[in-house]
Design a protein. Structure first.
Length: 98
């Protein structure tokens, strides 16, 4: 399972954006929610999902979308199932470390 990761350092913060490879560039709609999986935000290195999840440890903010990456983040204990928002059947989760 391959995902795109985009890692950015902003001051003292590290922003990690991860999306499943097959949804990059798509627009998801559910009710009033319109979510663009923008290449400018998510597209970076293409890696396997395990490698992407390992980057969460050293990130202060994580934005992830896709069945594979969110499922793996839940399995590893980074994301609680109740914190996941489903948009057109695609799970989205965020992590903010204080």
């Amino acid at each position: 399972m391959e995902v795109y990761v985009n890692l950015r350092k902003i001051g003292n913060n590290v922003l990690l954006a991860i999306c499943d490879a097959e949804i990059l560039g798509k627009t998801l709609r559910e009710g009033k929610i319109v979510f663009h999986v923008k290449e400018e935000f998510y597209k970076g290195a293409k890696v396997n999902v395990e490698e992407a999840i390992s980057l969460i440890k050293n990130s202060t903010t994580v934005n992830m979308i896709g069945k594979n990456v969110v499922k793996k983040a839940m399995e590893k204990g980074y994301v609680h199932p109740e914190a996941v928002l489903n948009i057109e059947g695609v799970p989205h989760a965020q992590i903010v470390k204080m």
